[in-house]
Design a protein around this ligand. Sequence first.
Ligand code: MGD
Ligand code: MGD
Ligand code: MO
Length: 766
Amino acid sequence: MDDKQQTNGAENPEKLTGLKKGRIKKNAAGIPAVVNSLQQVFSEAGVIRGSKALLKLNQKDGFDCPSCAWPDPDDERSGLGEYCENGAKAVAEEATAKKLEADFFAVHSVDSLAALSDFEIGRKGRIAQPMYLPKGATHYQPITWEAAFNKIATHLNALSSPDEAIFYTSGRTSNEAAFLYQLFVRAYGTNNLPDCSNMCHESSGTALNETLGIGKGSVTLDDFYKAEVVIVMGQNPGTNHPRMLSALQKAKANGCTIISVNPLPETGLMGFSHPQTMKGLLQINTALTDIFLQVKINGDLALLQAIEYFLLQEEKNQPGKVFDQHFIYEHTQDYISFIEHIDKLNLEQLSSASGISIEQIQEVAAVLKDKNKIIVCWAMGLTQHKNAVVTIQEIVNLLLLKGSIGKPGAGTCPVRGHSNVQGDRTMGIFERPSKAFLDSIERNFHFKPPQAHGYDTVEAINAMHQKKVSVFFAMGGNFLSATPDTLYTAAALRNCKLTVQVSTKLNRSHLVHGEEALILPCLGRSDKDRLNGEDQFVSCENSMGVVQASKGMLVPVSRQLMSEPAIVCYLAKATFSSSKVNWDKYLQHYDHIRNDIEKTIPGFDQYNERIRIPGGFYLPNANRQGKFSTASEKAHFTISTVEEIKLAADELLMMTIRSHDQFNTTIYGLDDRYRGIYNERRVVLMNQADMNERNINDGDIVDIYNHTGGIERVAHTFIVVAYPIPAKCAATYFPETNVLVPVSSVADKSNTPVSKGVIITLKKQS
Ligand SMILES: Nc1nc2c(c(=O)[nH]1)N[C@H]1C(S)=C(S)[C@@H](COP(=O)(O)OP(=O)(O)OC[C@H]3O[C@@H](n4cnc5c(=O)[nH]c(N)nc54)[C@H](O)[C@@H]3O)O[C@H]1N2
Ligand SMILES: Nc1nc2c(c(=O)[nH]1)N[C@H]1C(S)=C(S)[C@@H](COP(=O)(O)OP(=O)(O)OC[C@H]3O[C@@H](n4cnc5c(=O)[nH]c(N)nc54)[C@H](O)[C@@H]3O)O[C@H]1N2
Ligand SMILES: [Mo]
């Protein structure tokens, strides 16, 4: 093997595991979900440790589920545990009793670990002590915490500018840790704070901020129970937000119509049996979706405009009966130019661009016509496209026409991913902080924070690639595998002098590294966090802006794990010879951190008192009160044009999606149960007509190519699976195909990698 092939393997091994196929499931959850989740937890954590964790998951005195950011009910929480199959798997992953100590790393070289699949790497266990990889070494070796902090500090203090360091954050970091982390980074002197949100809901934040004056959604869980229509676009809740299905089921019981917009007939959206009710356990199924719109990939903007076109014609026939003219007059701007634009659109073109028939669009318009309590939910199927921001703004247009913002049962619902990704942003993890935020830091901590914007995720990759950066520090996550263009990103990380990962579990970012590398093992959500002889808790903000306490209760697998807030404090103490921030105070009790958050960030009054109220508290949200904090204090209609992605005859448009057995780059297992795909992740879902055209059969093995920007990217060895997906569309799993996502292909304005719109060609292996 030559060098190049060896390094390619380290970034993305390409072994098949043996596909087995079953039927696409008709409904989600039920007994198989319960059995599956218990099996996973008990085999990893043991019965006692596992049950202990599950009973506290998402309870008012428990810990926040490390899986998704779906909110918990404000009132009653299920005695059976307020968790879903995938939350339980996330707990199993973290609560595992297996641990990796120095002897493990002494036996296994970095190269031998990198040859394993992500699934195999994840099974190894929790990292149990700080590890260091010296320059040129083949194996990680143990290091004391003190030596590790000093090493980082020495590197940071040697840089000619603080902007030569990058500080990434993944979305599991608590409010307390995130606040201290950004404070440290800004005291050090840079705004280079890219985060996973840059690859996730950045497009939503950008779209909503511009039009509604707040980058967050407006609905609460209670709104679901009052809604007349819920539209779920570009989201697979059955797998990624399973507890959302209970909310949809309850909405439906209250008479709500559910419309799903997705290129795939996702099982959870089609039918659901609630695993925590007797009916559910007996597999009595609720059909959730009333109208399924099987859009082409990226057909959503055209679809939304076509719906608006029909509604406008109805409004012309019955003025004031379809649109909420009072709301539009009182609260919005640019309505006239907007409807002039919509009126001129060509319906046939929109129907063809969306892949939805005019009859179906009309059916949806007929449902929406008389309704004014509408919620639109969306996730990565919308945010990870070139035109993501305008697509989301088209959702805003639709809601504004109907007066469906700022009243019960209506509003925007970007469904967040990581459990505290929204909170991290509230705490200031942002490469483009507002002036008000920086001024508040200056007022409260008496140093002048850097004012220039820092790098977001894509800019960070490019800066490392161009050797403008020497130190890469990650507070959680798996940067190498989560980001686009894997080989390019790997080269970027290898250009660094030092890479540091604060992690719970081993992942590929430990194995594709800078000249020197450190792994700092931290406590997870479920771990007991003791400081000064006292149990501590942290807090998180969910997708609907509720801040609540999270308290782990499992004995950590090793005495050498450190909490994320403590890691930041010790790092700051090692780095600064003097500091305006009293880091020692925060090491006494986390209440001190919360007191300083209260002083610095609006909405956290009496933080320490209110966080102790079971269930937590809501952050202020102007939209919820029907207010818009744009410059004009009005919500904006926006005008956008559909630009269809042109595909050559041999090209397909590929979306990279999650299977049912993974959390982002953490692979729990090899099955995608609902989609009927077992024991294999290297699959490409294709339409039968596209297969026929290419003379490809189900089960054939192909290599997948992308040529954006004249660069050949290839992902080898994928098994073709015939699937009910629209023609010219394909689907593969993330992160195996991140090698194909061009780093240059990003959403306008939000700079989010276009992970759901990758232009590919296929070559059959002979
Ligand atoms: N179990 C589990 N839970 C998770 C995660 C996980 O990996 N595992 N990840 C967490 C994170 S960080 C996030 S961001 C969320 C992600 O949650 P999702 O956004 O649900 O995740 P994806 O698998 O990326 O799914 C995208 C969905 O959008 C559809 N889609 C793709 N392209 C288009 C399009 O152009 N138009 C439309 N209408 N639909 C499209 C796909 O078919 C798929 O159903 O989940 C969070 N929760
Ligand atoms: N092609 C493609 N790429 C994508 C996406 C896609 O849909 N398609 N989705 C994007 C999205 S939405 C997101 S959010 C990103 C995710 O990007 P990341 O957040 O960077 O990735 P994760 O896989 O969630 O990170 C997993 C690692 O986090 C560490 N970890 C887990 N819990 C903790 C903790 O409590 N503390 C600390 N310090 N570490 C912890 C573990 O070591 C684990 O290996 O990926 C993005 N990339
Ligand atoms: Mo995400």
